[in-house]
Design a protein around this ligand. Structure first.
Ligand SMILES: [Zn+2]
Ligand SMILES: [Zn+2]
Ligand SMILES: [Zn+2]
Length: 137
């Protein structure tokens, strides 16, 4: 597995303590995290700095939004192929009715849908709801 330093270097980001801390929290989490989740895990982190850090990570292809149909924006680690030009995270996201956690289902790739609507589709979200594996135990 790539170290946090490797990931930051690969995406041409300077290593700062804040970036390191935030990325460790996201990487070590099984589920996608909102900025509030991250704030709770890191004491005394400045909200604006955190917001900016997440924006930077997203634009560099390090993390992506795990769209789950709730109003809360959550983030998860990207595929190794993501970069500042393109995200490849076309997989389904699962939101648990019981614990509220959102997971990336990396193995469930979203298939292209053939259509002749004339609309140019740039992205598509698949949101699954139900009971996650932990809650089903
Ligand atoms: Zn990505
Ligand atoms: Zn659950
Ligand atoms: Zn995802």
């Amino acid at each position: 597995m790539n170290t946090i330093h490797d990931i930051l270097k690969q995406h041409e980001l300077r290593i700062t303590p804040i970036r390191e801390m935030v990325l460790v929290v996201i990487r070590d989490s099984k589920s996608a995290l909102s900025s509030q989740d991250i704030e709770l895990k890191l004491n005394d982190i400045d909200r604006i700095t955190l917001y900016r850090t997440l924006k930077t990570f997203e634009s560099k292809g390090i993390i992506h939004k795990a769209v789950d149909g709730t109003n809360v924006q959550k983030f998860a680690m990207c595929d190794a192929g993501c970069n500042e030009h393109i995200h490849h995270d076309q997989h389904a996201h699962f939101n648990c009715d019981h614990c509220g956690s959102t997971f990336c289902l990396d193995s469930l790739e979203i298939p292209a849908i053939k259509h002749d609507t004339g609309f140019q589709v740039r992205s598509m979200d698949v949101i699954m709801k139900g009971i996650c594996a932990d809650c089903a135990d």
